[in-house]
Design a protein around this ligand. Structure first.
Ligand code: GDP
Ligand code: MG
Length: 178
């Protein structure tokens, strides 16, 4: 018998880090330099045939403009079972904001059993030069362990690098909580 799951996954992080681009790349296989920061919440659906017994409907929630305030309402976080937290390797300030986003998330949503929702950290725009962050990347394994991220990936929405791998890692961790 086939089992079908519906998972609400949030894509969070500072303005301009590439959240919308990652979703568009992952769901629609497209990339553009120009996504308008539409106000509101937007989501895209991706159906994954995980294995021959499991179908996953992944709802990817984009925050579309509200991220400039640095935190989101509980309504947005409600019933999420996982998150991708994105920073931009060309802008150090977006990495410095990562823990603030993690705290906002953990303060507003948790799993039914009280555990924090799994979060994968994405170092996006890896096709660009890394500015001040090249010395940080080798330390991200330790950073993730210390701050409770389930993993991290260097991604590029532009070149379609590691986005599938990052989502697979997240889904694996979500399934482990089922
Ligand atoms: P959001 O505000 O987090 O949703 O960021 P967007 O998806 O709107 O992306 C902001 C800008 O960064 C846009 O001009 C994108 O084209 C660009 N961008 C996003 N991802 C990448 C990437 O992986 N590589 C490069 N070079 N540019 C990217
Ligand atoms: Mg956006």
């Amino acid at each position: 018998m086939q089992k079908e799951h519906l998972f609400k996954v949030l894509v969070i992080g500072d303005l301009g880090v590439g959240k919308t681009s990652i979703i568009k790349r992952y769901v629609h296989q497209i990339f553009s330099q120009h996504y308008r920061a539409t106000i509101g919440v937007d989501f895209a659906l991706k159906v994954l045939t995980w294995d021959n017994r499991t179908v996953i409907r992944l709802q990817l929630w984009d925050i579309a403009g509200q991220e400039r305030y640095g935190n989101m309402t509980r309504v947005y976080y409600r019933e999420a079972v996982g998150a991708l937290l994105v920073f931009d390797v060309t802008r150090t300030s977006t990495f410095q904001a990562v823990l603030k986003w993690k705290a906002d998330l953990d303060g507003k949503v948790s799993l039914a059993n009280g555990k924090p929702v799994p979060v994968v950290l994405l170092a996006n725009k890896s096709d660009q030069s890394r500015e001040g962050l090249s010395s940080q990347l080798p330390k991200l394994d330790a950073f993730c362990k210390e701050h409770g991220f389930v993993g991290w990936f260097e991604t590029s929405a532009k070149e379609n690098t590691n986005i599938n791998a990052a989502v697979r890692c997240l889904v694996q961790n979500i399934l482990a909580n089922e």
